[in-house]
Design a protein around this ligand. Structure first.
Ligand code: LLP
Length: 385
């Protein structure tokens, strides 16, 4: 990924910055589209993973839809080439203004997360003399075997409609006269690497789909959410195995004639295409521990501090003997570390480090804590001549 030419152009830039390998993004999009077309699956890119305009423009050029969780995301994707008719809108706390904006933007569907929200959407749609499409986001109470802070499909999580409320909605679905209840939506968590979880999800979806068959609710859309993990330990595995992932659903989902299947991948599309480039400010030495202090911190990449997540780190400018370091940011927080006891070539002030796999939930989760300015971003086509 890093030619000498690229590293020397990195050296001319103010650090830290996000670097996007747009060639890899194109390859990843090509790969997911190729397989999705085979299975006739609809892909809505989960914008929360990365809402950078240039990235969105590339993604929209592949004809993907968008999964949004705020009015601003809807606005941003429409401005960057996505078709409103391919936008779905999820989120547990949609405001009245966002609901109104989404209806007026003619999006495809609301992924509705509570019985209370259903009533509000119904009222707002009525006041606009509109009928809107809704998918019920079911909380399937299924453990995704991922980090507990990014699990969403358990009864203890705030997401989705609890089973009892789901039954109430179905019993009386005709009362929502301004809604077409036409879809089921599931999302059980993120960074899922244990594929058996998706088998279980299929089983649960089949149960709901069968149950509704006898209830005259016409479910035309089934949305399986996102969640496919990427390889943070070995980011050289750049493109996730979309074929294997979709095959699980193709094999295990009981799809009825006329039903359309949707997915909302975020991380698996953009994750490996981004890296964070940062400079070494100091190497502290307190007895047997050496600590590298970088000019990037949790303000540019929150994931390690928030989920104890691992991102591969390399020194781009040293090839000396290996040594062992803790790697920290400059922020006044005890959790501002990117790694502990990491092996790196002997590292000194001024070295450039690359932190891998920051394309998803990197730039988009940046903070300005400690009055940090936003980091710059560069794209491979600008830096590789
Ligand atoms: N659909 C829904 C309804 C979601 O809530 C999410 C992610 C996705 C799709 C996309 O999931 P993905 O394919 O990216 O796994 N900030 C955390 C991840 C939070 C994910 C929240 N929901 C992280 O950095 O790991």
């Amino acid at each position: 990924m890093f030619s000498e030419q690229l590293i020397s152009s990195f050296g001319l830039k103010k650090t830290p910055f996000y670097y996007y390998d747009t060639g890899l993004l194109h390859k990843t999009l090509f790969a997911i589209k190729e397989v999705a077309v085979l299975f006739n699956y609809n892909i809505h890119y989960a914008v929360k993973a990365n809402a950078n305009e240039r990235i969105l423009q590339i993604i929209s050029s592949y004809g993907l839809g968008a999964d949004c969780v705020s009015g601003n995301e809807i606005d941003q994707v429409i401005k960057n080439g996505f078709n409103p008719k391919q936008i779905v809108f999820a989120g547990v706390g949609k405001t009245d203004e966002e609901i109104t904006f989404a209806i007026n933007s003619n999006i495809a569907c609301f992924n509705c997360e509570s019985i209370q929200e259903l009533e509000v959407i119904n009222d707002i749609a009525g006041s606009l003399s509109r009928k809107v499409n809704v998918a019920l986001r079911i909380n399937p109470n299924l453990d995704a075997n991922t980090h507990h802070n990014i699990t969403t499909g358990l009864n203890t999580n705030k997401f989705g409609i609890p089973y009892n409320d789901f039954l109430l909605i179905i019993e009386d679905f005709k009362k929502y006269e301004n809604l077409n209840i036409e879809g089921l939506h599931f999302h059980i968590g993120s960074q899922i690497t244990d594929y058996r979880v998706f088998n279980k999800l299929c089983k649960r979806v089949n149960e709901f789909n069968n149950f509704l068959l006898g209830k005259s609710v016409n479910i035309r859309h089934i949305n399986l959410g996102g969640g496919l993990g990427i390889d943070y330990d070995e980011p050289e595995n750049q493109i996730p195995d979309f074929q294997a992932y979709f095959e699980i659903f193709n094999k295990n989902l009981e799809v009825r004639t006329g039903q359309v299947i949707h997915f909302e991948p975020g991380r698996s599309i953009v994750g490996q295409s981004g890296i964070l480039v940062t400079k070494v400010l100091y190497v502290k030495n307190n007895g047997d521990k050496k600590t590298i202090i970088l000019d990037a911190g949790l303000t540019e990449l929150l994931r390690p501090a928030l989920y104890q997540s691992n991102h591969k780190i390399v020194n781009l400018t040293s090839s000396k003997e290996l040594d062992v370091y803790d790697i920290a940011g400059p922020i006044c927080e005890t959790t501002d570390y990117f790694g502990r006891s990491v092996q790196l070539p002997e590292t000194s002030r001024g070295d450039l480090l690359a932190i891998y796999s920051t394309g998803a939930y990197g730039e988009v989760m940046a903070l300005h804590y400690n009055m940090r300015p936003p980091a710059e971003k560069y794209y491979s086509e600008e830096l590789i001549l």
